[in-house]
Design a protein around this ligand. Structure first.
Ligand code: ARG
Ligand code: ZN
Length: 851
């Protein structure tokens, strides 16, 4: 049965303090929990404690046996007093916990993941985010296997016990919800460092990993210190404990977790060196380290009242980490990357059967709502408020928010109210962004009135229907807009237009020459713009617009002018305008290389499909590869030159990363146009590369070619890295993403490879999720791609429902495809739906997808 936002009620009982006593052992861990509870208001309802697969061994009130019973998985305790110490004891089995929620074993470690509802797999507890308590944890474990014992807060006591065991006691002085609880036990070594906060607090920093991995923690440590400094400078937020621990684990359902004082990370977001990690990996590490650190304020000090408010912490924290990365690397390139992710993942979600508002109204399984909508569109909402208020007022508003709600469980509404009060703006209509799902579409037409010396910008917006939501009201769209001289490309005027009606006309005065429209600069509103700009106008924008994001955007539109008709099977316009624009971009010495790389990159097949009413995956593939071939054949000389620039492998500067990114794009186009030359250059690159970025580029190019160098390079790569599971993930991922006709068959075989396993989420995703994202291969006309995904979902569901459920959405898009594919996709969903013993995680995704 779904849970509804409108049903929120305060808890019947508060838990002021939690005392945990744990005898840790992988096979059987005994957990004794003592909760100091207090009745909330006047009522005579029992104390309801959530459990998930737990059986109470004892239940006591103030030291005496309690009257209690089970209702489903919940424990009900009869209460004859307003305040009491309620103690329970349970036994759990970490080494049998394949869901990786609660306390589980990973590579010889014991660790926890509690968000959202994992704490109830460790002990009986209300396990809802509006119940905040202080925690004290006593852990006992084998001293040899688990020499390091960590939990939230501060270590207050430790010592030896009999029979080779030892203990540690940790206390966290900050009241927190149960989802932020964490512990780790294992044989770990720390990269140790220090940070002095702005008020002079000395903080000990540790990144805990296996000893052999210590050299690969340097980048993460630097990112942590940079994040701490940035949050002080930009938000005035200081760290609040004397200790900050990070632990990397190999088996982890998500990216990382912001547990108070003890962040736990998927090792892929900690471990990196130039030999084994790409530039993208390094950037992702910095972004995730920052994200989790920033949660200490946006998430932990101020948490969420209920899970419908998830975007309160996630949208805001993603916005914060995006801005951090923009500041640390390149503002424009990072923005382009974030917009690409939004369009590739969130836009499809918003136009499919799983569309939901940033603040959902109901869920069956909350884990299914850790989505691109809640995270990335949520971040766009915060960014729009930042744009509307301006940086100073935005800062005043976040100051107010942190001060007013410190130590509380807050709502999205609380956040918006702080923006209104400190920003002095009315955000009544803006709130629709939280409640209305669907990506708004804007039609923009610029008409110059030569007699009156004005230009009129005519705007129309529509918000599409989504499941359960029709007839939507117009939203507030902040559109950063400029007019450029059609002659010189000079910027005439930039304005922030707040477009908040179904239709509007904006008049620009004193327009005395032909002008071009540059709209939604920096992607100031997360919408789809449909403009009637000509190829010539787009080419001018691509070459001249002072706003780098707008230049990129103009290139994308120009490419789509050629790609969309081809993808629809219509007559294809000549590729000359695109070829000329790419040539001009490559020859433009004022553009930095990372931007060049972005600008010459063709829209992905997923992105092309997103702009079509009905997707024929073969036609989309042909359209894109044909354009790439034409560009590659026409611009051989320029591309060879662009891909040949060298940079030292361990140089992580923006310039060096740009050189490698440009090499990837240039070589890709070249290989499309001149496959033999492409293969030769890619093989040479593979052999000389001193870094993983170039090595991956070389393999990616070779993977799409019919060249004997391909198999040799993949075999060499496997031999070299078979001991490094994060790199082995890349080996699987590259083969799953390969643009070749036999990718489906290869993936079908790789499922039986001895290194493939459904138990490790990274490995599962590296093969299966990358395959499902490979439009051409996944949508093979036989339907075998769909059948393979369905089989994997069913098998993975028995092991790890959360991870299995996240693999369903590619099938959920069936309505958008040509009839034969749609039918086969739907059949695959039906196969999953009819399989026995489905988790509610997968059930929710599949039933909504079938609609
Ligand atoms: N709060 C974590 C983060 O954003 C993610 C936790 C994911 N948990 C889940 N149940 N989906 O960094
Ligand atoms: Zn987060």
């Amino acid at each position: 049965a779904p849970t509804f936002r409108k049903d929120y009620r305060e808890p019947d009982w508060w838990v002021r303090h939690v005392e945990l006593d744990m005898d840790l052992d992988p096979a059987t861990t005994r957990v004794r929990a003592t909760l100091r509870v207090e009745r909330n208001g006047e009522h005579d309802r029992p104390l309801r404690l959530a459990g998930d697969g737990l059986k109470p061994v004892t239940v006591e009130i103030d030291g005496e046996k309690a009257r209690s019973g089970m209702e489903g998985d919940d424990l009900l305790v009869e209460m004859d007093r307003d305040a009491a110490q309620v103690a329970t004891e349970v036994e759990i089995h970490p080494d049998r916990n394949s869901q990786l929620m609660g306390l589980y074993a990973s590579g010889g470690l014991l660790c926890t993941q509690c968000e959202s509802e994992g704490f109830r797999r460790i002990t009986f507890h209300p396990d809802r985010p509006d119940v905040l308590s202080t925690y004290a944890v006593t852990m006992r474990a084998d001293a040899e296997k688990f020499p390091i014992l960590l939990a939230n807060g501060n270590l207050v006591e430790q010592g030896k016990l009999d029979d080779g065991r030892h203990f540690a006691r940790w206390e966290d002085p900050f009241p927190k919800p149960s989802y932020l609880f964490a512990l780790v036990a294992g044989d770990l070594k720390a990269n140790r460092d220090r940070f002095t906060t702005m008020s002079g607090r000395e903080v000990e920093l540790n990144i805990w990993v296996r000893e052999a991995d210590l050299p690969r923690t340097r980048h993460a440590m630097q990112a942590l210190k940079d994040s701490m400094k940035w949050d002080e400078e930009v938000y005035g937020r200081e760290y609040d404990l004397d200790l900050f621990n990070i632990v990397a684990v190999d088996d982890f359902n998500f990216g990382a977790m912001e547990n108070k004082g003890l962040n736990i990370f998927n090792s892929r977001y900690i471990l990196a060196d130039a030999d084994s990690a790409t530039d993208a990996d390094f950037d992702a590490i910095a972004g995730v380290v920052a994200h989790e650190y920033f949660h200490n304020w946006s998430g932990n000090r101020v948490t969420c009242r209920d899970w419908f408010q998830l975007s309160l912490k996630e949208g805001f924290t993603v916005f914060r980490d995006q801005c951090f990365s923009q500041a640390m690397t390149s503002e424009a390139v990072k923005r382009i990357e974030d917009v690409r992710v939004l369009r590739a993942i969130q836009f499809p979600e918003d136009s499919g059967p799983l569309a939901h508002p940033v603040r959902p109204e109901s869920y069956i399984e909350i884990t299914n709502f850790y989505t691109a909508t809640v995270y990335n569109k949520g971040a766009e909402l915060i960014r729009m408020m930042h744009t509307i208020l301006g940086p100073e007022k935005f800062r005043a508003a976040t100051d107010l928010y942190f001060e007013r709600h410190d130590g509380e469980a807050a709502t999205c509404e609380d956040f918006v109210r702080c923006m209104e009060e400190a920003g002095g703006v009315d955000l009544e209509q803006f709130r629709l962004w939280y409640s209305q799902a669907g990506t708004p579409r804007v039609k923009a037409r610029l008409i110059r009135d030569e007699k009156a010396n004005v230009a009129r910008l005519q705007l129309e917006q529509t918000v599409p229907d989504t499941p359960g939501q029709t007839g939507k009201a117009p939203m507030v769209l902040p559109l950063k807009t400029a007019l450029l001289s059609a002659q010189s490309g000079r910027e005439i005027e930039e304005r922030l237009i707040l477009f908040d009606k179904a239709e509007d006309e904006i008049v620009f005065d004193n327009v005395t020459e032909p002008v071009i429209l540059s709209i939604n600069r920096d992607f100031s509103a997360p919408v789809i713009i449909e403009s009637d700009r000509s190829d010539d106008e787009l080419a001018t924008l691509a070459a001249m617009d002072a706003n780098p994001f707008a230049r990129y955007e103009a290139m994308q539109e120009l490419m789509l002018h050629s790609l969309l008709p081809a993808a629809r099977g219509e007559e294809v316009p000549p590729a000359d305008p695109v070829i000329e624009a790419v040539r001009r971009t490559l020859n433009d010495d004022t553009l930095d290389k990372a931007l060049k790389a972005e600008a010459i990159r063709l829209p992905s097949e997923a992105m092309i499909g997103e702009r079509l009413e009905e997707i024929d995956p073969d036609q989309v593939h042909r359209a894109r590869s044909t354009l790439a071939e034409e560009i590659g054949a026409a611009l051989g000389t320029e591309l060879v030159e662009a891909q040949a620039i060298e940079a030292a492998g361990d140089d992580l500067s923006v310039e060096a990363k740009g050189i490698r990114a440009l090499r990837r794009e240039a070589l890709g186009l070249l290989a499309a146009g001149e496959p033999e030359e492409g293969a030769r250059l890619a093989k040479a690159l593979y052999d000389r590369a001193d870094n993983m970025t170039d090595r991956q580029t070389a393999l990616m190019i070779l993977s799409g070619l019919e060249a004997e160098e391909r198999q040799l390079a993949f075999d060499a790569f496997y031999e070299r890295y078979k001991g490094n599971s994060l790199v082995l993930d890349k080996w699987f991922a590259l083969q799953a993403a390969a643009q070749r006709p036999d990718t489906l068959e290869r993936v079908e075989k790789l499922v039986d490879h001895p290194d493939f396993t459904l138990k490790n989420p990274n490995r599962l995703r590296s093969l299966i999720s990358n395959f499902a994202a490979n439009q051409w291969a996944f949508h093979h006309s036989s339907g075998r791609g769909y059948a393979l995904l369905a089989k994997m979902v069913i098998e993975a569901d028995r092991i790890n429902p959360q991870v299995a459920a996240r693999m369903v959405p590619p099938l959920g898009r069936w309505r958008r495809y040509v009839p034969d594919r749609a039918r086969l996709m739907k059949e695959a969903l039906e196969t999953i739906a009819s399989s026995e013993g489905l988790s509610k995680d997968v059930y929710e995704q599949v039933s909504k997808s079938l609609g």
